[in-house]
Design a protein around this ligand. Sequence first.
Ligand SMILES: Nc1nc2c(c(=O)[nH]1)N[C@H]1C(S)=C(S)[C@@H](COP(=O)(O)OP(=O)(O)OC[C@H]3O[C@@H](n4cnc5c(=O)[nH]c(N)nc54)[C@H](O)[C@@H]3O)O[C@H]1N2
Ligand SMILES: Nc1nc2c(c(=O)[nH]1)N[C@H]1C(S)=C(S)[C@@H](COP(=O)(O)OP(=O)(O)OC[C@H]3O[C@@H](n4cnc5c(=O)[nH]c(N)nc54)[C@H](O)[C@@H]3O)O[C@H]1N2
Ligand SMILES: [Mo]
Length: 701
Amino acid sequence: MAETVIRAACPHDCPDTCAMLVTVADGRAIRVAGDPDHPMTQGALCTKVARYPERVYHPDRLLTPRKRVGPKGAGQFVDISWDEALDLAATRLKAIAARAPEAILPYSYAGTMGLVQGESMAARFFHKLGASLLDRTICSAAGVAGLKYTYGGSLGMDMEFVDDARLIIIWGGNPIASNLHVWMRMQEAKRRGATLVAIDPYRSLTAEKCHRHIAPMPGTDAALALGVMHILIRDGLLDHAYIAEHTLGFEALRERAAAYPPAHAAALCGIAAEDIEWLAAQIGETAVRRGEPVAIRVNYGLQRAHGGGNAVRAIACLPSLVGAWRHAAGGLQLSMSGFFPIDMRTLQRMDLLPTWPALPRTINMVTIGDALLHPGDAKFGPKIEAVVVYNSNPVAVAPESGRVAAGFAREDLFTIVLEHFQTDTADYADLLLPATTQLEHVDIHKTYGHAYMLANNPAIAPLGQAKPNTEIFRQLARRMGFDDACFRDSDEDIAAQALRADDPRCAGIDWQSLKLAGWQKLKLARAPFANGGFATPSGKCEFYSHQLAERGHDPLPTFVPPYESPYSTPELARRFPLAMISPPARNFLNSTFVNVESLRATEGEPHLDIHPDDAAARSIRDGMMVRIFNDRGTLQARARVTTRARPGLVVGLSIWWKKLAADGKNANELTSQRLTDLGDGPVFYDCLVDVVPHDADACAA
Ligand SMILES: Nc1nc2c(c(=O)[nH]1)N[C@H]1C(S)=C(S)[C@@H](COP(=O)(O)OP(=O)(O)OC[C@H]3O[C@@H](n4cnc5c(=O)[nH]c(N)nc54)[C@H](O)[C@@H]3O)O[C@H]1N2
Ligand SMILES: Nc1nc2c(c(=O)[nH]1)N[C@H]1C(S)=C(S)[C@@H](COP(=O)(O)OP(=O)(O)OC[C@H]3O[C@@H](n4cnc5c(=O)[nH]c(N)nc54)[C@H](O)[C@@H]3O)O[C@H]1N2
Ligand SMILES: [Mo]
């Protein structure tokens, strides 16, 4: 049988955005592989995405529209036709929109990172409707803000060059699980003699393979970075020329760092002062004394606590202090998505808002639980009457899950969910609409971890009656009577609109060329800030930010303690002495893939890693079922007694589908809806708990 190979892109929320080759035989995708020619993908896919066909052809795929028949949350549906489904949706949305369009809320995130199946036709639809706006903060908002006030945007070094770095600091990230292709390059750097350091409260798969692991308590990274600065300044390990030419506010920063002598910083972080001395000496000696490249790979793990924005800001100052930007293999990367010249105005058409340029209210997606349950107050405004969920699974991924589920259980809420599967959120839908996967639709991708644009050509026809998100919103728009020309754009039209053709960074790249080639690199300088040129108002790396001062924030990076910790809330910490984090499991992608049996089998069941001392104090033995709890909820998991978790820390790798866990819950049962210092992001890893053996608990009850 003839096989064809289609050029595609991995759709998932991961910095690697791989170039994929999909082999199709007789209309069926039989294999997905990494493109061997793509300089980042290098022919390798992660275990999850290598199993993408298993997900696409999974027997549980939603293949017809469905209507709820049982109670909310019970997940009982009957099949209906597309006509019936779209009529029902349009009738309900029209009725609400006639009274109060803001009572309708879209809820979406990064189920696909595609610019077409993400916020294009969907955004046009909700803008035309005048629906509430959604602040899409659930992942990176704090870090994005930290970078914006320091560098002027989500900009940084290109990890394609990290092989040549001499010192690599992996700060709050676990690239073996979440950034595999950059890890492969870091391994190459290691072979060439680079020193690798991990800064992570948990001895992750990555941390155990680094030369040194520093384990601060969660949410304390700003103190660590300020301690490092203190030493660099104290010991004169600075690139004075770079500081003078390309930074703003050094004198003020010097004063700020003076308040963080190593002993003090170390106490805040719960580590030894010697760790901070060692780290500062490594950075200073490599970058300043030897003039060699120092690369810092920051990831989002460290910005999921109260002070997340300031933590990123503090760390982002380090490469400028030592002139690490002078090398292509030096500097810092959290995200480089800001380099991509995307035409958001055309894709999303904000101007379609009936009130334009006045905006409807904005709901922060992190606080969806409270927004659904606390209607009508000053913070949330009018009651939300309808939610349309696509590319997201809020009942599993949003914090304080008990409240999120209670919100979606409201009898007077009309919920539409566009999905591949009957997720925890889909169980609460009134109307469940089957969406296509990446193998079945067109898309175009920018990335946040490298500088390549990618095309996704469809490899197979849609399964069953599944439709692309775009087509669902297109047909809904027609039924709502929206007749602007943009609602007739095909997916290819939208893909062709995505890049700003006039931008020199896209020279030679357009949809036509991309479709054929699969991927093309933006035209960027190899070392983006070697000669300054930051995107801030001053054009410099802003140690001191006038914009932050104007907004009433501390203009200098500072240590903002966690909401929940022994020094910020001693009383709470006596009741709940352990800090819980719930970072990504290697075989899941957020809550995606949890229902793929082979991948779930590798993760086993929900675990909680706990240090032997903390376990002994609670009579917890390895393999025991434990109960984890705080004032927000309770959760069960199987204990793994291990020094991977530092003392005082427990770790539950995530994000499990609640209904696939024995107790129907996941880590978000315990997390809070509070927001970060900058960017209004979530604080998933700012969460005190206690743990007891499950059986003892049953006896006590
Ligand atoms: N396999 C897999 N890959 C993924 C994902 C997934 O779910 N699974 N998720 C994707 C998504 S949405 C994102 S946003 C990215 C990045 O997602 P991130 O959440 O950054 O995940 P990781 O790179 O796994 O790194 C998180 C690491 O930070 C550590 N950490 C937690 N709190 C702190 C802290 O306060 N300080 C410090 N220094 N470290 C801390 C954790 O122990 C963990 O090892 O990964 C993407 N890639
Ligand atoms: N406790 C805890 N909670 C967390 C985190 C954590 O580390 N710990 N991480 C947070 C982070 S970083 C993030 S980014 C969020 C992730 O939150 P989400 O973006 O909601 O991610 P997923 O859980 O992967 O859910 C995406 C859903 O979109 C669906 N989907 C995929 N493609 C399509 C499509 O083309 N059309 C439609 N209609 N649906 C599609 C998938 O089937 C999947 O169910 O979770 C956050 N929540
Ligand atoms: Mo994320």
